[in-house]
Design a protein around this ligand. Structure first.
Ligand SMILES: C[S@@+](CC[C@H](N)C(=O)[O-])C[C@H]1O[C@@H](n2cnc3c(N)ncnc32)[C@H](O)[C@@H]1O
Length: 400
């Protein structure tokens, strides 16, 4: 590993932009050392009404956070600039990003992006920008390739909803995995479409969390798979982000999956994503369902709920709620801890419910089974996922 001094003009620019530029948002450096990574970042914060800085250091899965005044931030930045070995520094400011990669041979490779449209966090003052996963690393090339940002790096108005959905989905994934996995994390994006989430999750987890990641997007549409493959090749990640064209029920990723994602996979495709995730023995299932027609068609007229079912819109909403409740309850029966959250604002999408599940409980708990059966028998329906998962759920449901 060679020792490398920063070129004076680049180091000077970093000092000025971090310590004096009003639009400074974050500087992060990832140093590769003996098979692991050492990650350090500095960002502005307001502490008790005073402007300050917060530093964060992560090594071997342990994170330390410390607050600094200007002088403390200055010496922290000097320490960061004094690090040696192959490394990447990413500076994010309102006037644009600076990304510097220092190769094993000590070569400095710089790239810059134009200002991105970023959300200001009002509570933190005008120069404090709301932290978003897609602003935590140099995402300019990714966002432009996906068509989320225009040629100048600004988020297109028509893509703002998708940008917000992907950011918020990434936050859920980020929170689900507390520590760096010991092995490569294998993720499947079911019903990946044009691969907005598929590519974003790869870049986020590798660049920001320093994980080894492989991602496989599956979709039945040949044209979107062709586009997704081209994007992965253009972004130089085709080795780690692959795509399979086919039905979810019949497709296999080229690895043992740890996590299944789906963002608005239509109707029963969300159930199929959950079913595949369970069959692949994934630890994490994170799915934001889309339109749901199945239960809507089978809810029977009459009985005490007739006053609700008579109204088309209420019937539809009730079917949506029940579908997600049945899904969550079946996952609980099969050993998952489940949370249902609104992952993004309703302006970004009306389909803003998300199920996040982690396999960490003994399957077949009596309370989970009886809650499920009571609800199912009240409505006198058989949810699609129950039939699909009959091989696994059968032994628990038939016991009671
Ligand atoms: C609404 S799009 C969402 C795409 C992407 N996840 C996103 O958020 O931009 C749903 C995608 O799921 C795919 N899909 C739906 N059912 C599927 C199935 N059974 N097998 C494979 N793909 C499916 C569709 O082809 C479509 O591309």
């Amino acid at each position: 590993m060679s020792r490398t001094e920063w070129p004076e003009d680049v180091a000077g620019e970093i000092r000025r932009r971090v310590l004096a530029e009003p639009g400074f948002m974050k500087v992060t450096q990832v140093v590769r050392r003996g098979g692991g990574t050492f990650r350090v970042s500095l960002r502005p914060v307001v502490i008790k009404g005073e402007k300050g800085y917060q530093g964060e250091m992560t090594e071997e899965g342990r994170t330390q956070v410390k607050n600094f005044d200007l002088e403390g931030a200055r010496s922290g930045l000097e320490e960061m600039l004094g690090q040696t070995g192959p490394r990447e520094l990413h500076l994010v400011t309102a006037s644009g990003d600076l990304h510097v990669r220092v190769t094993k041979k000590g070569k400095f490779l710089e790239s810059r992006s134009s200002p991105m449209a970023r959300d200001v966090d009002e509570q933190q003052g005008h120069d404090r920008v709301k932290r978003q996963p897609l602003t935590d690393f140099d995402s300019a090339a990714l966002l432009k390739a996906l068509g989320i940002a225009d040629a100048d790096g600004r988020i297109r108005a028509s893509m703002r909803g998708k940008y917000d959905q992907v950011n918020e989905f990434l936050k859920v994934i980020d929170a689900a995995i507390a520590d760096k996995p010991e092995k490569t994390l294998n993720i499947v994006d079911c019903g990946c479409g044009r691969a907005y989430l598929t590519l974003a999750v790869y870049f986020y987890l590798t660049a920001v969390r320093g994980f080894e990641v492989r991602v496989c997007g599956i979709d039945r549409k040949a044209d979107v798979i062709a586009t997704a493959r081209r994007l992965a090749a253009d972004l130089d990640v085709a080795e780690h982000v692959v795509f399979v064209e086919g039905e979810l029920a019949e497709s296999e990723p080229p690895f043992e999956a740890d996590m299944v994602l789906s963002l608005h996979a239509c109707d029963t495709a969300t159930d199929e994503a959950l079913a595949r995730g369970m069959e692949w023995k994934c630890r994490y299932l994170i799915c934001a369902p889309c339109c749901q027609h199945e239960l809507h068609k089978t809810l029977k007229e009459g009985g005490p709920m007739q006053a609700v079912l008579r109204h088309g819109i209420l019937r539809e909403r009730l079917a949506d709620l029940l579908t997600d409740t049945f899904r969550a309850q079946l996952l609980r029966i099969l050993g998952f801890r489940v949370q249902i959250v609104e992952f993004v604002s309703a302006e970004a999408t009306a389909r803003n419910i998300l199920l996040r599940a982690e396999f960490c409980v003994k399957p077949g708990q009596q309370a989970a089974v009886s809650d499920y059966l009571e609800l199912r028998d009240f409505w006198n329906v058989t949810p699609w996922l129950e039939t699909r998962m009959a091989r696994l759920t059968g032994k628990y449901l038939s016991k009671y």
